[in-house]
Ligand binder design. Structure first.
Ligand SMILES: [Zn+2]
Length: 99
């Protein structure tokens, strides 16, 4: 982290993969449109959202625990190919170090 004092105006969300809390802007919002999970990096799509670290590991965890259907209150299974493509297309960011 930057070492600045915590910015209280910055909301936190829980990653549906690793279940760690993180600043909302560090997480990818995912929402469901007609049974398909779609990445919503700008947070502009309506409806329920799930938040996820945009990392393959967290996506994998979220898929294994069926976090998306639960987050969206949908029966599932949901098509998550678009989210997988989005996460895989991102440049690999070094794991955030926690100090
Ligand atoms: Zn995570």
């Amino acid at each position: 982290m930057s070492g600045r004092t915590r910015d209280l105006s910055c909301p936190e969300r829980t990653c549906v993969g690793c279940r760690e809390r993180a600043a909302k802007h560090d997480l990818l919002r995912v929402t469901a449109v007609e049974g398909v999970c779609v990445p919503d990096p700008r947070g502009t799509l309506p409806g329920r959202g799930a938040h996820l670290h945009p990392r393959p590991g967290c996506l994998d965890l979220a898929l294994r625990r069926r976090a998306f259907p639960r987050a969206f209150r949908l029966p599932g299974p949901l098509d998550t190919a678009a989210v997988q493509r989005y996460v895989e297309a991102l440049p690999r960011v070094a794991e955030m170090s926690e100090h």
